[in-house]
Design a protein around this ligand. Sequence first.
Ligand SMILES: [Zn+2]
Length: 686
Amino acid sequence: MEAAMASGTALVYDEEMTTHKLLWSDPVCDIEVPERLSSSYEQLKCYNLVERCVHVPAREGSEEEILLVHSSEHLEVAKSTQTMNEEELKRVSGNYDAFFFHPNTYHCARLAVGATLQLVDAVMTGKVCNGMALVRPPGHHSQKNAANGFCLFNNVAIAGEYAKRKYGLQRILIVDWDVHHGQGTQYIFEEDPSVLYFSWHRYEHQEFWPSLKESDYDAVGLGRGEGFNINLPWNKVGMGNSDYLAAFFHVLLPMAFEFDPELVLVSSGYDSGIGDPEGQMNATPEVFAHLTHFLMQLANGKLCVVLEGGYHLKSLSESVCMTVKTLLGDPVPQITGEMAPCLSAIESIQNVRAAHKPYWKWLAYEDTSVLQNLSTKSHPPKKANPNPFTDPESKITNNDESVKVERFLELHMKNILFPVPPIKTATTADSKGSAHLLPVPVHLVKEMDKTEIKALVSGFYADLVKEDKILHSLGNMLAVLDKILKKEVCNGIAESPRAAVSVAVALRHSVQFGFQRVLCIFVGDMQIIPNIEDGKILMIHICENEQSGKTSSKHCISLNWKEDAEGNDFFSALLGFILPVAYSYQPNLTVIAIGPNRSLGISGISLLFALLQGLAESRIFAVMEDTEMNLMRSVAKALVGASTPDFGVYVPPTQEKVTKIKILRDQFQQEWKMLQCSVKDGISRN
Ligand SMILES: [Zn+2]
């Protein structure tokens, strides 16, 4: 049974929320400016994204809704500030750690709560599939009884509680990718097993605000909530795209798939992006497209993204746009930067895995242990980060730096963005299976004529294409592939009576066309092994039995995997091995072929197609020898992106399978560095 899924992306925004502002001078609070909202919204307009979203109006959250997580004392204090003069406002603000009141703050904070709940309602009632709320003030630091860190009411926590009560949800995932720890959210849900809270945050061994012991990796939740609070502390600044992706592959995503949420809420702070004066991290805007794309595969696509921090206006607004573009289903830009997590990131990942091992089935057989001697501890960094807001000299260099990042991003976005083809998917008109299964207009292409094909394959594989049937299918296949190579469509499906032959020809043709890194995942028996063309092709072959006489090499990896009969246990192979290798390789085209005797079920194959779309600007070519109706339908759905396919029942990997992945990881982690999720003994003490 597949649940029906809504389509469309909501955008909730009300200019009124820009009226909350700082009335006096305060070097800590002066970065939380109204322009954070207006410049994000302007940038969305600039990319024509506003008009593509479903406009959902904000409303004021009710007192009852605020009281879902806050005390009446806190509500009363907030309410009382509406009529205060500046002196009184300043005095009340002084009672909290980093907060400022304006006479309109209470109204704005209620709008921020209401905007978030409007988004939850739009998603839960099926009016839209997903969406984003641009709100101020943010929420994740605010606590039951206190404003904190620019936050008055905890918008996302209220949304979680609201969704539980109103829609009877039993499993909600909150992903907090803001660079600060959402300690407010942690406190609210730490004893609640129905809310899985994940936060990564700049920590630097408790040096960085809010400098709490309970922000460390070993705060796993309390009582019944034990195991449902995941903290990933960053002990260094400068974390980048590969560190964030590694955290998703090796910590968050396996937890999330095992948890199987009914709704995903994102505490979406972009101070974890490049140029931010608070975070001082290096992640570029497109990483948020990738993170969003991954989260869209959970909860049948029900995803609500709610703005938290983000203080470099250009970095913030570009990152907001990347998020919304992805929610709308646009192809994901190629990730930039070296794909290798840094040592400190790997150490943090290892420790959070070790701390959570008792609570999660997917971790049960991983031999991970807590690392005591962290590299950042044995070589303490010199005080490189004096408070930039109180040091006038550093404020000047900060402005300089900020302009530099702005210029960098101007160019960077031009480099990574590309025109989206008006039609996403191509297939051939006479293909019996796929064409009529595709729910939206597809690009139907004519097959290539025989002389053309013969010219193409002459010199290689010529002996394989004597049969007319194969020649005909190659004609279809090449016609679809050409549309992808010429970037007229994002992806395509071709049927083939002999997938291995089609794949060999497709790979050779793509390389000759000029594609330098082609990733090929072949599922099932592969009768001929294609030439890997000096590293221009990376082949991952998934089959049930060890193929005799074949050894794995960096560019030709064999993964023996037979999907569990009880459900889908392919998550662990995909997240723990295939995705890290694929992201390390950074392909510019992905070919996925389903041959005979496939050892994966439909749900495993759907997962493969869904998750690999983050690569190669979402350029995927599907070659199908097995054209069973349900399989074709699932693949078509994943490619067209009209809905999230059904990934089946989650089954944790057996010990044997965990060992299999571990052996492959050990074998290839020096070459494909995104595989690294623990440090070798001794490294940290060197
Ligand atoms: Zn923040």
